[in-house]
Design a protein around this ligand. Sequence first.
Ligand code: F6R
Length: 606
Amino acid sequence: MCGIVGYLGKRNALEIILKGLEKLEYRGYDSCGIVVYGEKLILKKTVGMVKDLKELFKEKIKADIGIGHTRWATHGGVTEFNAHPHFDCQKNIFIVHNGIIENYQELKKILVNKGHLFNSETDSEVIAHLIEDFINQGDNFEASVHKTLNLIQGTFALLIFNKNEPNKIIAARFSSPLVLGIGKNEFILASDPLPISLITDRMIFLDDSEMAIVNKEGYEIKSYVNNLKIDKKTVGLDLKVKTTEKEGFKHYMIKEIFEEPIAIENTLRGRILKDKTGTKIRGLEEIYHKLKNLKRIILTGCGTAYYACLYGKYLFEEFLPYIIEAEIASELRYRKINYDQETLVIAISQSGETIDTLEALKEAKNKGAITFGIINVPGSTIARTVDAGMYTYAGPEMAVASTKALISQITALILIMIYLARKNLMKPEEAKNILEELEKIPDKIRYILGQESLIIDLAKNLINYKNFYFLGRKFSLPVALEGALKLKEISYVHSEAYPAGEMKHGPIALIDENFPVFVIAPNDSLYQKTISNLEEIRARKGKVILISDKFPENKIDYLISIPSSLEILYPLLTIPSLHLFAYYFANLLDLSIDRPRNLAKSVTVE
Ligand code: F6R
């Protein structure tokens, strides 16, 4: 994963790069480092977060160029030596790298035999030594980088600085995101647009096999395969920097949970017809002529985004005359699937950078499927790869654990379903009924969030338990999966989700008084069946927490009450309570909620 930032221009490079790295910490935060050049060259690295790196800069530093990195370790442990920037033997060439160099071992062997001395156990360091080696053989800096890029295999977004040409940064990408921001006599390079917005809203998204040679006077973009110049379009992206601040909340995660109502409103904005009898989705309109023979829809994503896919499967099956599948992207890409022009693949991703989702999508596209994206981050790689798509407009999601993004993905799926269903058999009144109810959901979530003190009490009551089950049927199954994932990823307690009807086929064996079970059972078509499963748990002394708008007469240990709604909309009301529970449980344990151990927000390695 990892985040990279480079800056050159009239401002203080150190400050800009450090600020930029903070914005990219969601990509990795086990160690970080920076090299800046002004009156002299300064290189500093540390284990820990960007705030720890800042501590190393006590005195004011004047520098107008530099590159920095925040790491999520892949090759080599979390140590200062393995932190980037990496450098060559002479400490002239400095690189920061996001991705994996797959052939680094053979390259390293050759370089070591030639006498190169390595400082780290990383795959990335070979890049600096390769460039040095070509320079030693008489090539100039740019030609050396060019040759190196054609030798390395794998994935990379790279920034390269040469102390002997201190007016320049060379950047390159293959399969890892990289954006160039164009200011007035200043440039910034970064893994995503957030740091770019520190200086400009004009940017260029580099594509695979491209390199950018940037100096203070200007920039040039070339293919490193054939060395030909490429004319790239500059795009304007106005990212409201203020929405990436915590705004008084203790953590990003709780702020983002409280933004769930507004995330829905933003996803809906401009997409519901005035008379509410249908939806308007520009991306679908663009490709609708290709969907005339549509037979199959495959929804794909990872983690929480996959749970949105699962919800989408159940939703689409209910209203659309197609075969609907939901697939985990990391599995999908390695399976033998027959794609054709009668198949629509919908990729769901908050970041738009998840490599498993991207690769599954590319595979489907190459084999002839029509592709569509439900993406949050504007301009991200998946957003630029799909045939068409829609943004969820949930706003920047900074906490590693995804919350408001899921809520907006579900909202987007409902809009898509109605768009396609209205082209099929859905009556205008049915669409109207769903859309009117959907518009009421944000206020219903606000009501749920208003009861957070009850969830805090629940978290206090359950804080000493080490195992949890989450159960639900049909539309509540993705909700159960989400509840279990959120709790385990930020609290490090064991939590698992099952379709409620599956319990009796094995998992119920674990139930005793030490195993609390969340049962998600809104008053829908499967309510009675789920309540029977709940009774089976109680009969084995399991502690039950019921999330519903209808409560059985028998005494239940804990109740979380939600407002009523349509069956297909209940997940939008049950998920926020589980997000609150996971958050407050982890908060009581005083854990690093926004940056949980071993995780990163944007998973750009397989
Ligand atoms: C869980 C979580 C992850 C992501 C997954 C996909 O809280 O955040 O499971 O949902 O890594 O990420 P995106 O949506 O960026 O593709």
